[in-house]
Design a protein around this ligand. Structure first.
Ligand code: SF4
Ligand code: SF4
Length: 261
């Protein structure tokens, strides 16, 4: 999910679908295109995607990031994008694709759930606080699901694909990511200490937990006991705390959750 400036809205491709509009779609294994969409993708992974996938695969976030992602800094961006690394074969298939379909289906990423819809957070240049979720219907030409009869509004589609929680987590991340419209790194650049800290705090939960509980963090900052307990065992609480920490240490946005001792 990306932030879209209202002034650039008309330049975007795909059919914009409003909250109450419907689109026709159904995906199933009898279609000739079955599995064709799971290859050669620029598949963005958001922080919650990484938690779900590394837990599905029962590996650490460190190992997941090392094995399965490409981390790229897009021109004009100040926070890296995390993309799922496609397999090294001629078709560049998704590493989780099998003949029977997706092997991580219950924990597939947000973009796979929302597909063929794409979502954006519409912001107005004049009033940055005004945000609206917008939806585009963008099936690729080979996708036959769009000729099926079943009708969905964007909300019904999210429910059908069990994407509501994912969409919410991604929207929370999009609000943090938006802060990176301007360069926060100064002379040290995004590969410096602050850049590494920010990336770890949102994408590498096992390392972040280690940092919180096995560095001087707890000596320097007060975190309520109940929250500390949640951070110890729950990756989602930890990820949201990571969002708060990035706002706090990098952008100076205060939070009741983190008090200097
Ligand atoms: S191409 Fe479209 S209809 Fe075919 S498997 Fe992929 S999402 Fe489903
Ligand atoms: S994660 Fe699953 S649904 Fe998504 S591209 Fe890979 S195989 Fe397809």
């Amino acid at each position: 999910m990306k932030s879209i400036d209202i002034q650039k809205l008309d330049a975007l491709s795909g059919l914009r679908i409003s909250e109450n509009e419907t689109f026709s779609f159904r995906c199933h294994s009898d279609l000739a295109c079955f599995n064709q969409c799971c290859r050669n993708l620029n598949l963005y992974l958001y922080p919650y995607d990484v938690i779900r996938l590394k837990n599905n695969l029962r590996i650490t976030s460190d190992l997941f990031l090392e094995r399965y992602v490409d981390i790229v800094m897009r021109p004009g961006n100040y926070f890296p994008s995390v993309l799922l690394k496609m397999s090294d074969n001629t078709e560049r298939t998704c590493p989780y694709l099998t003949a029977k379909g997706c092997s991580v289906y219950p924990d597939r990423p947000d973009s796979c759930r929302t597909f063929p819809m794409e979502q954006g957070l519409l912001t107005s240049h004049e009033n940055q606080k005004t945000k609206k979720l917008i939806h585009f219907f963008r099936p690729p030409d080979f996708c036959l699901g769009r000729f099926e009869d079943q009708q969905f509004t964007p909300k019904e589609w999210a429910v059908d694909q069990d994407a509501v929680e994912y969409n919410q987590m991604t929207a929370e991340w999009a609000l943090v990511k938006e802060l990176f419209r301007n360069d926060p790194w100064g002379n040290e650049g995004p590969d410096g200490k602050k850049g590494k800290m920010a990336f770890m705090s949102v994408y590498n939960m096992d390392e972040f937990r280690n940092f919180i509980f096995h560095s001087s963090f707890m000596k320097r900052y007060k975190v309520k006991a109940k929250l500390a307990k949640q951070l110890q065992k729950d990756d989602v609480h930890l990820m949201k705390f990571g969002f708060t920490w990035v706002r706090f240490f990098l952008f100076g946005i205060p939070s009741k959750q983190i008090q200097i001792r």
